[in-house]
Design a protein around this ligand. Sequence first.
Ligand SMILES: Cc1cc2nc3c(=O)[nH]c(=O)nc-3n(C[C@H](O)[C@H](O)[C@H](O)COP(=O)(O)O)c2cc1C
Length: 164
Amino acid sequence: MGQRIASEDPRHSKSEYPIYPEPMWGAYKERREAHGVQLYGSLGISRNDAAGRLAQYKKNFEFFDAPVGLFITIDRRLGPGQWADLGGYIHALAFLARGHGLDTCPQEAWARVYDTVSHFLKLPDNEMLFCGMAIGYGDRRHKANDFRSPRADLSEFCTFLGFD
Ligand SMILES: Cc1cc2nc3c(=O)[nH]c(=O)nc-3n(C[C@H](O)[C@H](O)[C@H](O)COP(=O)(O)O)c2cc1C
């Protein structure tokens, strides 16, 4: 499976579900781009270093060297309304891992190679690969873990009513 993914450029492969709407807009687009600038900047990979950016993206498919990788699937017959529950589950998993001193990286990048993974795992037809998750002990000194993405002000995404 690894060799097959390594020979591709999965960044533009179509995932089974739309990870992001095309095109992105406004604050969503700006924050996503700013995060990319921060991540690649911290790793010293410039905007025009296409090979460097691709190589970094492909580290997703080595679970960023974590010792354990999970593939998280959902029964596709449940539909998008139930994906919120799956998000809650993924969040709980990440928090519980932290409680055991472990770090996680949920990875939707895996959804772009769902075909290869589904074949490798022999997933039944009704199971849809939603994401992967790397689990291990994060390297606090690694440059990719050296920055904190900015947090939007509460007023940017939350409206309080009835507190006047
Ligand atoms: C559902 C989900 C999917 C993600 N997919 C990826 C991914 O494919 N690759 C990646 O490097 N980070 C991915 N991320 C981001 C990282 O897992 C991690 O949450 C983020 O780097 C944490 O940064 P923050 O603490 O600054 O928010 C994803 C996060 C979530 C919640």
